[in-house]
Design a protein around this ligand. Structure first.
Ligand SMILES: [Fe+2]
Ligand SMILES: [Fe+2]
Length: 492
């Protein structure tokens, strides 16, 4: 079996042996690198900010090169490494607010804001406002929206940055990363001259990690969009206003020696990023790191819109309930839980204009929606040892009769874990309270689901879910809670 734990890893006395959140390629027999998981999942963050794939990894490489150039210790660089990869993990939390404030596609707005200097009124800020504030709306409505934005722009920017940074910092702690990493993410948007957000910190009040992160992020955004020369010109132009002048000196000297951009835009970037992690953390059998990362990414996805609030937790709880009734092995229950927590990662690619649309999506919008399991698959398939996980998680909208998406798989191609996930996903979507409707009574939910059996949904899974006695349960269940729930569980 592809998805297995290595018997050679030392047991941790804190948790029972079946809790082994290390998915190992059996044929390779190696442990899983935390950096590999986080690097691959950072692609989901690139989607949510409209950046090209690999933006977070390339920012990480640039930041690590700058850190090495100024002689930071291994320990500090290790904190920086994860802060750089996860700098955008709070971004989904302000997506809805951004969409409502601008009345336009939040992902495009986030993409373009990274190339705009919002600290002063200029031609580029005016252009940004005209592109992103209520585009396509009637003249009067648009004029009002632009006026409102001009009036409240400073406060709005501060608010969205604050939500993003505070949430990002909380999520880093949930992923069991250090306080320094969390602080780095918290102050990412502070500027050297004190005109940044959210706290207007100045100069060395800003943590060194955040100073490097802002510089690395800016270099990457302009490198990817306008090339190396433009990237250097922008950071030189913003030196002393946005950036620590000593860090700019380090960038100049790396560029002079032609060591700044090496392999950044090549296929080697992922591997190169992994090589740059100073302490090369691995997940050991019995530790909780992977579970914590899955829980955090579930929250990142669910924060994208009030319409999906706590959905991934709900799907995970329902999927575990089904798996228990079906008496699956404990390690498979944990596998299903992780697949459920990560199943909608690809939703980070969908703008809130679609996710929060009150009416039916247009054909074009539906095409965007249908692609989200594909992105889930693509992201998870990039994690060594997650091949099976990527297949199961990305099958959550498939149907036994082949009428699902994104691949139109049929019954023979859908193993029990995928069938469980399909049923759990529909159950949570129907039973949860949504901003546009109250939760449906359980009898109605099961009536609707039964109508889709046995041709579309697996009848055994639907029956198991009903038998489990679960209601809509979107509570946050930590790994220790799961262990407690399964303490007297008898598996086959
Ligand atoms: Fe989905
Ligand atoms: Fe879902």
């Amino acid at each position: 079996m592809l998805y297995f734990m290595s018997a050679t890893i030392a047991a941790d006395p804190a948790l029972p042996s079946w809790i082994a959140p290390c998915y190992l390629e059996a044929q390779v027999g190696t442990t899983m690198r935390t950096g590999a998981v986080v690097s691959a999942l950072s692609h989901a963050l690139d989607l949510s900010t409209g950046q090209p794939t690999g933006h977070s990894i390339r920012s990480c490489i640039l930041g690590m090169r700058i850190a090495e150039e100024i002689g930071l210790s291994d320990e500090v660089r290790n904190d920086l490494y994860y802060a750089l990869l996860l700098k955008d993990c709070g971004c989904s939390s302000n997506a809805s607010k951004t969409f409502h404030a601008l009345g336009s596609d939040d992902i495009k707005a986030k993409r373009d804001v990274k190339t705009t200097d919002w600290t002063r009124i200029s031609w580029e800020t005016i252009q940004y406002a005209f592109s992103h504030v209520a585009p396509g709306k009637p003249f009067l409505e648009r004029s009002r929206a632009l006026f409102r934005m001009a009036l409240h722009q400073k406060q709005h920017t501060k608010d969205v940055v604050k939500i993003r940074c505070e949430r990002g910092s909380t999520l880093a702690r949930l992923m069991e990363l250090s306080d320094e990493t969390a602080h780095g993410i918290l102050s990412l948007d502070e500027h050297w001259d004190g005109r940044g957000n959210p706290d207007g910190l100045r100069k060395t009040e800003i943590p060194i990690l955040s100073r490097i992160m802002l510089l690395a992020q800016t270099l990457e955004v302009f490198l990817a969009s306008q090339g190396a020369e433009a990237a250097l010109a922008v950071v030189n132009g913003r030196s002393k206003a946005w950036f620590d002048p000593d860090l700019i000196k380090a960038v100049r000297s790396l560029a002079r020696r032609k060591e700044l951009w090496t392999h950044l835009l090549s296929d080697r970037a992922f591997t190169l990023g992994l090589e740059m992690e100073p302490q090369q953390k691995v997940m050991k059998k019995g530790d909780t790191t992977l579970d914590s990362i899955c829980l955090a990414f579930a929250q990142i996805v669910d924060a994208k819109s009030p319409f999906t609030f706590n959905h991934s937790n709900g799907v995970a709880n329902a999927a575990v309930a089904i798996a228990r009734v079906l008496k699956l092995k404990r390690e498979r229950i944990l596998f299903i839980r992780h697949a459920a927590l990560l199943h909608d990662l690809g939703k980070l690619s969908v703008p809130n204009t679609i996710l929060e649309k009150p009416g039916k999506p247009t054909d074009e919008e539906w095409e965007v929606l249908r692609l989200h399991p594909f992105y889930t698959w693509k992201i998870l398939a990039g994690i060594p040892g997650f091949r099976e996980m990527s297949e199961i998680a990305a099958s959550h909208h498939e149907k036994l009769n082949g009428r699902g998406y994104f691949r139109g798989l049929t019954a023979e191609q859908l193993p029990i874990e995928a069938r469980i996930l399909v049923v759990a996903d529909i159950f949570d979507a129907l039973s949860a309270k949504r901003p546009y409707r109250d939760s449906l009574p359980l009898e109605t939910v099961f009536q609707i689901m039964r109508k889709d059996t046995p041709h579309a949904l697996d009848v055994t899974c639907v029956e198991a879910l009903q038998q489990s006695g679960i209601g809509c349960d979107q509570t946050f269940v930590g790994l220790q809670n799961l262990h407690d729930q399964l303490a007297s569980y008898q598996e086959y």
